[in-house]
Design a protein around this ligand. Sequence first.
Ligand SMILES: Cc1cc2nc3c(=O)[nH]c(=O)nc-3n(C[C@H](O)[C@H](O)[C@H](O)COP(=O)(O)OP(=O)(O)OC[C@H]3O[C@@H](n4cnc5c(N)ncnc54)[C@H](O)[C@@H]3O)c2cc1C
Length: 502
Amino acid sequence: MNRKLLSLFIAVIMAVCTFAAYAAAEGNPEWMPAEWDMNADVVVVGFGPAGAMAARSAVENGASVIIVEKESREFAGGSAATSMAFKGVFEAKHLYESGLGRMTMEEAQRMYDLEDDCIQWLNEKGMEWQNSAVVGYGRGFYDAVVKAVETLDVQVLYESPAVKLISDPVNKEVHGIQCKQADGTDLFIRANKGVVLATGGYAANKTLLNRLHFADMFDYAVTGAPTQTGDGLIMAMDIGAALDGVTTQQIEWYTFSFKAASDEMGTGIVHTPPALGPYSHIFVNTKGERFMDEEMRVTHSKCQMPFLAYDGTHPVFNGYFNLPMYVIFDQAMFEGGPVGSHDGVCTYASLYGIHNWSEDNQAELERGWIVKADTIEELVEKLAAQSGNAPIDAETLKKTIETYNAGCAEQKDAFGRSEFMLDPIGEGPYYAAQIVPTIAYTIGGLCGGSNGETLDWYGNPIPRLYHAGDIGQPTKMRISALWGCMALGSIAGDACSQLTSH
Ligand SMILES: Cc1cc2nc3c(=O)[nH]c(=O)nc-3n(C[C@H](O)[C@H](O)[C@H](O)COP(=O)(O)OP(=O)(O)OC[C@H]3O[C@@H](n4cnc5c(N)ncnc54)[C@H](O)[C@@H]3O)c2cc1C
């Protein structure tokens, strides 16, 4: 080697060493943690059915996987664990149609086939069926999911909610997540290939619900899992993710709940007429007027909800004119059986034994969750004291009851209530309570590409970010639910795990 070449060689070596020393001194960019605590090829956020199947497909592609879950093992499972785990009969073309242009027929068919594949896998791992539902309903389903995932080489970190995506502020590329551990310390997990968000919906996040749907706040209860706080949605929005399908039609309503009871117990305590009747109850607004068929099937309905009727005629004071709302019922119904959610009703309260309504309604009467009075005048006064709202006009309420009872006698109801449910309200004593619209879960949220990529507002995928499940379903109108969420998880986990590591 001549002297010129030698000095060039030395210069190059020195430049490389200088650069390496400089890079080492600089460390990670300031938006990244100084050190990662753990790493995996694919980091899945949320251990519901969507997250579970994302993990499964990633592992099957040879990727290392960490799932972080907000709850303890006992309370994990979000909506899945509280669900009925009922499987409707759908075909691929129904998924395609409900996608409203968001997927091709081939993509719908892939989703349909993957639903089946996930079910077969869970069946092989011991999931059992009774007719069209999983044995043990949502709990049984979720236990089967956990058992199946535990046969895989997947690390699950319970009680480790993800709080932030670590992403490059310039190109948004996702490098990992920040979690909070039970003792309050941070845990930074690097995702070599990418992150799949599967944190479920946002039904239990009042701020999001109001900002995205109901600018005028109103009281409502949630019967589904309280984990549905839209964490993943917020983390993704924080780095520029777009929203899709965030409409009132993507809210899954679930009957009505007693307000006082739900507030006290921190979860929806549902009002149900006694299983075998009588159905001698009506719902009234603050004016004391009826406004709906009380037996209308609100659960899963995508119809315009009567309680959302909105008075927009006043230049300043607009609002929902049927809210707050109340249930009024008689002694016969009080004696007919539990008027609140009892064993077997699919709610978070029943599932975790938070409250099972008494057989004779007495315990709830004593707790003040329902009020009793001999006359309508006394009833509206007690109701006002219980709810904190202005009293209902007693005279209007009396007339409403008269009109309703006359309809019962003629077997013809002004709001189309079926004859079978038309039981007149008898003489006092009367019973009443404020009830609130109730949400089970939401399915709108993030906007996804065909492989579960999370898109920004310009329609571009956010590098290395995927999502699946109730955090943003491409099919609308709840058609996919549990089974579709698993298919979406499989798709996202598969695509994410095929990326090259960075
Ligand atoms: C009352 C009720 C009845 C239902 N009945 C049916 C039915 O019969 N059939 C059907 O097909 N579907 C049904 N569904 C719908 C179905 O349960 C959901 O569509 C499905 O569970 C959604 O799955 P997911 O994985 O997206 O979310 P989830 O099941 O909600 O799971 C999300 C998981 O993410 C975790 N998580 C949340 N935030 C974080 C965070 N920050 N960090 C880490 N983890 C986090 C949660 O704790 C949870 O474990 C029902 C739902 C409800 C509420």
